[in-house]
Write a protein that binds this ligand. Structure first.
Ligand SMILES: *Cc1c(COP(=O)(O)O)cnc(C)c1O
Length: 227
């Protein structure tokens, strides 16, 4: 269950990380990842002011979305199969896992039919882990160029998952290299990609120090198990 003490700890750590990196706390937004949480826990999260909700599977999200649809902004953070795009595009404002053109085509189609533009993060596999999705860093520039052909997709930045490590400091090079890749692409393409979705319960302080604008927090807010 979500507890005041967890919220306070998270807020203090966000503040401290912002101070260390000379950033303002308003530059960092929290997505409460409720994938393992019950309807009651989502209610508590929204009550506590976490109005950005992250889910990674539509079947798990459906019940919660049906209850809280308009009270929150919905972020899809899981890997997305092309045939599962429709219910997401109907309901979610952000997709954090855009990683291939076939998926872009389907998002474009569904968004166009609904006359909306979907904010997307392009997922990059910075650590090159075979178990994780995301574009190889070397392929991202061409991908961003191709995305210009999809007017209903708004690429707002990049997302990455760092490998889990006991020592979160080891994730710093992953986050830093995503920020540097973003900076390079902005100047190469003369486009702006203002957002970086990076950092989870284990490593969000480091991600903030390296430029995260959205951190995705599950277990640290909801407790292990998350119910
Ligand atoms: C589950 C999940 C999170 C939250 O993980 P915690 O370690 O519980 O904070 C963040 N991002 C993605 C993509 C996830 O699947």
């Amino acid at each position: 269950m979500i507890q005041k003490v967890h919220i306070n700890t998270v807020q203090q750590r966000i503040q401290a990380a912002c101070q260390r990196s000379h950033r303002h706390v308003s530059e960092v937004q929290v997505i409460a990842v409720t994938k393992y949480a019950s309807v009651d826990t989502v209610a508590a999260a929204i009550q506590a002011g976490f109005t950005h909700i992250g889910e990674n599977r539509w079947p798990d999200a459906e019940k919660k979305w049906n209850v809280f649809a308009s009270e929150a902004t919905w972020h899809f953070i899981g890997s997305l199969q092309t045939n599962k795009v429709k219910p997401i595009i109907e309901r979610f404002s952000y997709v954090h896992s855009l990683d291939r053109i076939s998926l872009a085509k389907e998002i474009e189609k569904q968004a166009r039919e609904r006359g909306k533009q979907v904010c997307c993060f392009v997922q990059v596999n910075m650590a090159g882990e075979v178990s994780k999705r995301g574009l190889h860093p070397a392929d991202v520039q061409l991908f961003m160029e191709q995305l210009c052909l999809f007017p209903h997709i708004k690429p707002i930045g990049f997302m990455t998952l760092a490998p889990y490590t006991k020592d979160p400091e080891q994730t710093r090079p992953i986050f830093r290299s995503l920020r540097m890749l973003r900076d390079e692409l902005e100047s190469a393409l003369s486009l702006s990609f203002p957002h970086l979705s990076m950092g989870m319960s284990n490593d969000f302080d480091i991600a903030i120090e390296e430029g995260a604008t959205w951190i995705r927090l599950g277990s640290i807010l909801m407790g292990e198990g998350g119910i």
